[in-house]
Design a protein around this ligand. Structure first.
Ligand code: ADP
Length: 324
């Protein structure tokens, strides 16, 4: 016997990111608008296994749009790679009356969603991570805010750098992906951007450029480093010993994850949440909602996970060509 009203579950998983709340809000509001009940699951897949969930209504998502982090909390749940736990999660959803699930997170979260789909629970993944390292999407929820935060922080560093030191090495997040470093590097007018995707040497890509810029009268330098290429203090020491120029290091760390989402973030996250419910309404599952070619579209989860995204080489050329 079918229920009168179908139910959508929503969760956030993996690293939290500003804008996740806007996506949750859009799922709840659009879900209710289209006649669904919506259940919020706390702490990602851990909450699904622990039955940590509650009904959400229009008011449960009031006043969350501008808040960073995720009101549903997030977690990493290593047990989710075990098949028996996938089955348990699907069983818990059945018991809670959840007919379809929206999971907001990174590629790991999408893999979990794919496993759930294979066990018969339709899932829609939304890309949420500050690193922009989801292979299928040109843009991920959290990235724009993180880049803007880095730019604001570097502006402050630059004020003091201009008064005392002459070079600042800024370490930003990105263990395997240099998207934050590249975008923020261009936006901050960095002399050099060092990312894990592209080979470099400090001598050629930093020191030689610095010496040539010094000759042309430049006095202050920002070097933007993704954490995956090494630690800023060690790189700063190397630059100082090779050039004799006072060089400091700033490791931005977790401040990059927090803060109110930018307008761009809020708009795209809202579009993505809206799109997810439209898919569920049409009875479509096993999809991820992604940003491609400037539009919010959807792809099969497996197809999405098989994609590869490298660093934007056109943008890297821009960074290099104008930092002289
Ligand atoms: P992200 O979603 O940001 O990539 P993780 O890689 O930590 O972050 O993945 C988030 C969660 O997704 C994991 O803690 C785990 O619960 C689930 N997950 C990751 N990989 C798999 C997998 N291969 N199969 C099932 N679940 C997975």
């Amino acid at each position: 016997m079918g229920k009168e009203r179908k139910t959508i579950g929503v969760l956030t998983s993996g690293g939290d990111a500003p804008g996740m709340n806007a996506a949750v809000r859009a799922v709840v509001r659009m879900g209710i608008n289209r006649g669904f009940s919506v259940v919020g699951i706390r702490r990602g897949y851990s909450g699904l296994l622990a039955n940590d969930m509650d009904d959400m209504d229009l008011r449960s998502v009031s006043d969350i749009l501008q808040r960073g982090g995720t009101v549903l909390y997030s977690s990493r749940c290593p047990e989710f790679s075990e098949q028996r736990n996938i089955k348990k999660a699907v069983e818990n959803c059945r018991k809670a009356g959840i007919d379809a699930l929206v999971t907001i997170g990174g590629d790991g979260t999408f893999r979990g969603a794919l496993d759930l789909c294979r066990e018969g629970l339709p899932c829609i993944g939304l890309p949420g991570t500050i690193d922009n390292d989801i292979s299928s999407s040109e843009y991920t929820i959290g990235f724009d805010t993180a880049v803007n935060t880095v730019v604001q922080m570097v502006d402050r560093v630059r004020d003091t750098s201009q008064s005392h030191d002459r070079c600042s090495v800024i370490e930003v997040m990105g263990r395997h992906a240099g998207h934050i470093a590249l975008y923020a590097g261009i936006a901050c007018g960095a002399l050099a951007v060092l990312v894990p995707e592209i080979e470099f040497t400090i001598e050629r890509d930093v020191v030689a450029k610095m010496v040539s810029s010094l000759r042309q009268g430049k006095q202050n330098f920002i070097v933007m480093v993704a954490e995956g290429v090494g630690h800023a203090p060690a790189i700063a020491e190397q630059i100082e010993s090779l050039t004799g120029i006072d060089t400091n290091a700033v490791v931005l760390g977790y401040v990059q994850r927090g803060g109110s989402p930018t307008a761009r973030e809020l708009v795209i996250a809202s579009q993505m949440g809206h799109h997810a419910v439209e898919l569920i309404e049409q009875g479509i599952g096993k999809r991820v909602v992604v940003f491609r070619g400037g539009k919010v579209v959807d792809l099969d989860i497996e197809e999405a996970l098989a994609m590869h995204k490298g660093i934007d080489m056109d943008l890297y050329r821009v960074a290099n060509d104008i930092s002289i």
